[in-house]
Design a protein around this ligand. Structure first.
Ligand SMILES: Cc1ncc(COP(=O)(O)O)c(C=O)c1O
Length: 381
């Protein structure tokens, strides 16, 4: 028999049983998973075509429809993080040459631009300073100027903490004959979303923020209107793994093998969605809003100022301006190393200018705000 080569000594020394620090994750995500969700992940896996697992997939679909307030039959979890679900919307809906209009007011708008370009879109952008949102009039004007096949907006821009309102946008898109694609990665579960009422055609999210679940199984929903564009494509979807017509055969009646589902992550997602349904969606939104308002008051009480105007602030993610003369990175490192609390720094244009504080899913609790404020009082100069 062939001998396996040995692990070198330095590596051997590091091979003690897994030991990770216990952190309170109050950054832009991931957030801490609910203990019940973690317990579900620890359940022995069954096969990905086991009738019990197929039932669980059905349950995930119903729970996701509830959480997003949609009746879209094509509502599934993508095996991958939020970016995979994001890429699924672009890969499926965009055909080479399609004009895609993208609202860019932060880091994730730019990611959409990058992705759409890679799939051959004729990308047009409308931009706003980071932290601001687009008005209906501005959107209407841009739709008339560009006549796109798709309008893409980030509902919850995690890099800025701004909530892009969606009411009325779907109607404008229907008048302009285009599809509406929306990023709900930092809003699902924490911010009211009514996809059908608002005429959203494609949306995606993640598991590790408002749903209080570890990352890796990401919600995706596609309206019948968008599915019909996908079914009439002139070219094959350029991404095999994320092709909605193939995924539909696994999630729908046919139950055809496509790829091996991450079984334990689906267990976790199912449990996180069940807990949300048990709490009630409206109660969950309310809890996020109340705890965020409590946080905003406390932060302002410390003399700190918030980056986004109150009406457009996300309850899930707050951007706090770093005061002049304060080393923002040193403060967040102190929080992590001495108090086991993670908060985020600024991204892109806001790098070095803000801290990002997340109150998402299981972590949206008054006690967590109190703990953070108590520590900030100690560490801020
Ligand atoms: C608004 C937004 N879109 C997309 C993503 C990408 O998700 P993931 O990091 O899970 O791939 C994120 C991640 O933070 C996000 O905040």
């Amino acid at each position: 028999m062939m001998q396996a080569s040995s692990i070198d000594n330095t590596q051997k020394l590091q091979l003690s049983p897994l030991d990770t620090p216990s952190r309170l994750l109050l950054g832009p995500g991931p957030s801490n998973a609910h203990p019940t969700v973690l317990k579900a992940m620890n359940t022995a896996p069954v096969g990905h075509l086991d009738p019990a697992f197929l039932r669980l997939m059905d349950e995930i679909q119903s729970l996701l429809r509830y959480t997003w307030q949609t009746n879209n039959p094509m509502t599934i979890a993508v095996s991958g993080t939020g970016s995979a679900a994001m890429e699924a919307t672009i890969a499926n809906a965009v055909e080479p040459g399609d004009v895609v209009l993208i609202g860019v007011a932060g880091y994730f708008g730019n990611r959409l631009v990058d992705m759409a370009g890679r799939y051959g879109a004729d990308v047009r952008t409308m931009t706003k300073p980071w932290g601001q949102v687009f008005s209906l009039d501005e959107i209407k004007h841009q739709l008339n100027t560009h006549r796109p096949a798709i309008l893409a907006l980030v509902n919850a821009e995690t890099s800025t903490g701004a909530r892009q309102p969606l009411e009325g946008v779907g109607e404008l898109c229907r008048e302009a004959g285009c599809l509406l694609l929306v990023d709900t990665v930092t809003s699902l579960g924490g911010v009211p979303l009514f996809l059908d009422e608002w005429g959203v055609d494609l949306a995606y999210s993640c598991s590790q923020k408002g749903l209080g679940c570890p990352p890796g199984a990401s919600p995706l929903t596609i309206s019948p209107r968008a599915m019909s564009k996908i079914q009439q494509r002139r070219t094959k979807v350029a991404n095999w793994y994320l092709d909605a017509t193939l995924l539909q055969k696994y999630w729908g009646r046919e139950r055809t093998y496509h790829h091996t589902a991450p079984i334990n992550l689906y267990y976790a997602l199912r449990e996180s969605l069940r807990l949300m349904a048990e709490e009630g969606l409206e109660n969950c939104w309310k809890r996020h809003q109340l705890n965020a308002e409590y946080l905003w008051d406390k932060l302002e009480g410390l003399g700190l100022s918030l980056h986004v105007e109150k009406d457009f602030r996300l309850p899930t993610l707050t951007t706090v301006r770093i005061p002049q003369g304060v080393d923002g990175k040193a403060i967040s490192q102190k929080l992590l190393n001495e108090y086991n609390i993670e908060i985020g720094g600024g991204l892109g244009e806001l790098k070095g200018q803000v801290w990002r504080v997340g109150l998402m899913g299981f972590n949206s609790q008054k006690e967590n705000v109190d703990r953070l404020i108590e520590v900030l009082q100690k560490v801020l100069p």
